[in-house]
Ligand binder design. Structure first.
Ligand SMILES: NC(=O)c1ccc[n+]([C@@H]2O[C@H](COP(=O)([O-])OP(=O)(O)OC[C@H]3O[C@@H](n4cnc5c(N)ncnc54)[C@H](O)[C@@H]3O)[C@@H](O)[C@H]2O)c1
Length: 428
């Protein structure tokens, strides 16, 4: 082929051949990181942090980008990208989710890790925030391919992992089994089993969401109408807890569609349907609804529990709920936050609302270390106390300073991390 074979435009300038390996400009991860950084910048300004401390908190402590080769069942090899980011280690070892999703890239994972740092600080647990991800759709892999990919990924990020360094927990696209494979691979290398803290994280996150939703509602839950975006691990359990508390869950969605029933969905039957059919679509006990139509329903509470950035300014202008409780941290973009604030809608940010997961990550090993076994009631009471303490602190600062709950939550989380930095100093 000669150079004249390249396509030329009318002006005679050769078109650039797109690099198939480069991320698309303005990928969701870039937007998520820009949003996380703008929220940090607001908090830094509010707290009067100096520029260098702000810069340090805006930058992850460590990032490891890895390529993950996976052998498919037909024998051919594919390579996907993965990473593990430890955003901050000032308050303790790192912990954070592992996301398997086609959009999981270094920038988006950095944003997740940063949010986890603030969530840990806000919830008063002695951890720093981490996150990891692999750019893959796990539904397109067989169980054996998924296990091979997970173990290979674990092997690549191994130098960062360990109970005193960084403990992975499930996030979107992963579950307890995924994390068990990671732990087993890391433990196999270390020559001894590495205990995990994955059990019940989605359940604890959902319980925490229910606790803050009912607190923020400030009225009896009976008859309160709820819509849940994202009927996955967190969304489905949150729907169940809110329904059990007396709310009427009228609509839920997933990536494939939504269903609505004004008199209230049978959440248990819908979970059984989803387990079988792979989606809420086609559920006999409800009417079909356009996926994003759910956001504009006239309900009291909207729980976005899909992915960050799911509610843009355009979608926010359709939201009629008076209360938005984020299961997905940063579900509403900064532009959407402004639209919601103008409309008088209260947004409980993910770093507060979904902190039940990091609280559980702390309480489980704390219980093991003391060789104690708390009853479900005791563990639930501890989770409730911490969620309520965090909610009270955020609400008080928001009321005193005239801040949104998101700004107040970031101010408290960032201040606690900055204080840890001042106490520990810089070494060397
Ligand atoms: N799993 C946990 O323990 C945990 C803990 C804390 C926070 N979170 C956060 O909660 C959110 C959900 O996590 P998960 O573990 O439940 O994930 P999941 O993969 O189990 O579920 C995500 C759900 O969202 C749906 N979805 C995706 N895009 C959508 C869209 N545009 N509209 C409607 N639905 C859509 C998917 O179909 C799926 O049902 C994530 O943001 C995650 O970071 C999860």
């Amino acid at each position: 082929m000669t150079i004249t074979d390249f396509p030329t435009t009318a002006s005679g300038v050769r078109d650039a051949v797109p690099d198939p390996l480069s991320p698309r400009p303005s990928a969701p991860g870039d937007r998520a990181l820009a949003a996380a950084r703008s929220r940090l910048a607001e908090a830094s300004r509010f707290l009067g942090l100096d520029d260098n401390l702000h810069r340090m908190l805006a930058t992850p402590r460590r990032s490891l980008a890895v390529s993950v080769p996976v052998r498919r069942e037909d024998g051919h090899m594919e390579v996907v990208e993965g990473c593990r980011v430890q955003h901050n280690l000032l308050r303790g070892p790192a912990t954070g989710g592992v996301r398997f999703h086609p959009s999981a890239d270094l920038a988006g994972v950095t944003a997740l890790a940063m949010g986890t740092t603030w969530a840990c600080a806000l919830a008063g647990v002695p951890y720093g925030g981490a996150a990891g991800g692999v750019a893959v759709d796990p539904r397109e892999l067989t169980p054996r391919e998924l296990e091979r990919l997970t173990r290979r990924y674990a092997n690549e990020i191994l130098p960062l992992m360990g109970p005193e360094k960084d403990v992975p927990v499930p996030d979107a696209g992963t579950d307890e089994r995924t994390v068990a494979w990671i732990m087993d691979t890391c433990g196999g290398d270390a020559g001894h089993p590495i205990p995990g803290t994955a059990t019940g994280r989605a359940g604890a996150t959902a319980r925490g969401l229910e606790i803050v939703a009912l607190r923020a509602l400030d009225r009896a839950p009976e008859g309160v109408t709820v819509a849940v975006q994202g009927f996955g691990a967190v969304g489905a359990l949150t729907a169940r807890h809110l329904a059990d508390a007396g709310c009427r869950v009228v609509a839920v969605s997933d990536a494939a569609g939504a269903v609505v029933r004004p008199s209230g969905l049978d959440v248990a039957a819908l979970r059984a349907h989803t387990a079988e059919a792979g989606s809420v679509r086609g559920f006999a006990g409800a009417d079909a609804l356009g996926r994003d139509e759910l956001l504009g329903l006239d309900v009291d509470v909207l729980v976005p529990a899909a992915l960050d950035g799911a509610i843009t300014a355009a979608e926010a202008s359709r939201v009629r709920a008076r209360l938005v409780v984020e299961g997905a941290d940063g579900a509403a973009t900064p532009e959407a936050d402004l639209v919601l604030a103008d409309a008088g809608t209260t947004v409980v940010p993910g770093i507060l609302a979904n902190a039940g997961g990091v609280i559980a990550s702390y309480l489980e090993p704390a219980q093991d270390a003391q060789a104690r076994s708390w009853s479900a009631g005791e563990a639930g009471a501890r989770l409730r106390d911490r969620m309520e303490d965090a909610y009270r602190a955020v609400r008080a600062l928001a009321d005193d300073e005239g801040l949104t709950l998101r700004r107040a939550a970031h101010a408290i989380g960032v201040r606690r991390v900055a204080e840890a930095h001042r106490l520990r100093g810089l070494h060397p």
